[in-house]
Design a protein around this ligand. Structure first.
Ligand code: UD1
Ligand code: MG
Length: 428
């Protein structure tokens, strides 16, 4: 059994007000289109999957690494997209799964069940529908005596039809026979384009087996406007947080917290309100991320305390039992077990050894205007407050630095370095 997937993504997105194409906008740190691309690529029954796009977007798609593309030209509706697809690519699969680039599927089970039902029951045209409390904007499924008779687009709906809550998600399974019938779709008078949804009537006229399934998992929503993108963003955030909570992550205020789709957060991690976790973050068990902290592309070990108001930037690795306090920025640095950087500091391009204490207001001066240089700070060091450490530099194990120092030379182990102007007392 060969199933070919087609993701329609050639529309002009006129309702989405942005220079950037809507499918490249991110939802929880993942491009809109990638939700379906990843799901389809992982599906064991799908042998090939194509993205239908337009001439203007082809280079952007290629540049971003999408290779299986099929061009739609002219842009003449979802029906037009399928007509052109079959004239560009000879249909050699048994079934075609049609998805929309602007309508992400968040749950693999939705596809599994839909594909299984369509193939097991040898349905020629199967439409995935769902009930929505607010169906505005979607095509409505017209059911008579349990039989799907047609799909009517919002623009063509009568007042009565507008009350129908069963809508088209845009996801179809078509047999080879059915996809070939898309050639019979006529231009819609209202929308002045070819509507894939018109295939239902054509299929029934040709005595094909036409049916529909109802999605009972997470709602499937399409994005036509920025406002709808926001609704979807809330939905994807809620899915991510629910999944993390089911694995033992504690949120103080999930609605104020942003978590990227790829976050790996262990059980017994506490996330306070107003925390942002961007892409590629790992947080190990027992750690607390306090309010207003912002983490991206970094690793936080076990039992750490981060924040409030901490910023952990890309390439940072924070080992177990580390404390990072308020107004501390860490960039591309490794903080070994037990390190404390509790207040108002910047640690960049550095490594800080076991149990070292970095005093308030310490700055690693890693940038000389041309390149970034490294600070290597050993184990069990004590860096006094308001110290500037000018890189490249090495501070050996158990070194102490007096408060207010500007350190420009390597410090040997077991020594105290003081580099500040001596205090004078002048008679007044
Ligand atoms: C479409 C469906 C509607 C369904 C809704 C679900 C049709 C006619 N209508 O409406 O029944 O409820 O999706 O979200 O199918 N596209 C192309 N080529 C085109 C036109 C569109 O590839 O010529 C792509 C778009 O890029 C988009 C998708 O198809 O990813 C859907 O197009 P859109 O114009 O957003 O259709 P809707 O009005 O949302
Ligand atoms: Mg749409």
């Amino acid at each position: 059994m060969k199933i070919c997937a087609i993701i329609l993504s050639a529309g002009n997105s006129t309702r989405y007000i942005s220079v950037k194409q809507k499918v490249f906008h991110e939802l929880s740190g993942k491009k809109l289109i990638d939700f379906n691309v990843d799901l389809l690529n992982k599906h064991k029954d799908i042998s090939a999957s194509y993205i239908v796009t337009n001439k203007g977007l082809i280079n952007e798609f290629l540049h971003l690494g999408y290779n299986n593309l099929s061009i739609q030209n002219p842009i003449n509706g979802t029906g037009g997209a399928i007509k052109q697809f079959i004239s560009n690519n000879k249909p050699n699969a048994n079934y075609y799964l049609i998805c929309l680039g602007d309508t992400p599927i968040f749950n693999k089970k939705i596809l599994d069940n839909f594909i299984k039902k369509s193939t097991n029951q040898k349905i020629d045209i199967n439409v995935l529908g769902q009930n929505l409390s607010n169906p505005t904007g979607y095509g409505r499924l017209i059911i008579e005596g349990k039989i799907l008779k047609s799909i009517i687009e919002e623009k063509n709906c009568s007042l009565d039809q507008k009350n129908i809550s069963l809508v088209n998600t845009g996801i179809f399974m078509l047999s080879k026979k059915a996809i070939l019938l898309s050639n019979n779709i006529k231009k819609d008078r209202q929308k002045k384009e070819y509507l894939l949804t018109d295939l239902i009537k054509i299929g029934l006229e040709k005595d094909l087996k036409v049916s529909y399934s109802i999605n009972s998992y997470e709602k499937i929503m399409g994005v036509n406007t920025l406002e709808e993108m926001q609704i979807l963003q809330d939905q994807s955030q809620s899915i991510i947080k629910k999944s993390l909570m089911s694995k033992g992550v504690q949120f103080e205020s999930p609605l104020t917290t942003f978590i990227s789709h790829d976050a790996h957060i262990d059980r017994d991690v506490k996330i306070e309100s107003n925390v942002v976790i961007r892409s590629n973050v790992i947080i190990k068990s027992g750690s607390t991320i306090k309010s207003f902290s912002y983490l991206e592309d970094c690793k936080v070990g076990k039992d750490c305390n981060i924040g409030p108001f901490a910023r952990i930037r890309p390439g940072s690795s924070i080992e177990d039992n580390v404390k990072i306090g308020n107004f501390v920025e860490i960039k591309k640095s490794n903080l070994k077990k037990g390190v404390k950087v509790n207040h108002l500091s910047y640690i960049g391009d550095s490594s800080v050894g076991l149990n070292t204490n970095i005093g308030a207001g310490t700055i690693t001066c890693n940038y000389d205007g041309k390149k970034k240089n490294k600070c290597i700070i050993g184990n069990n060091c004590f860096i006094g407050s308001n110290t500037s450490i000018v890189a490249p530099i090495t501070i050996a194990n158990k070194a102490y630095v007096g408060a207010g120092s500007v350190i420009t030379k390597n410090i040997p182990s077991n020594t105290l370095a003081i580099a500040r102007v001596k205090q004078k007392h002048l008679k007044l």
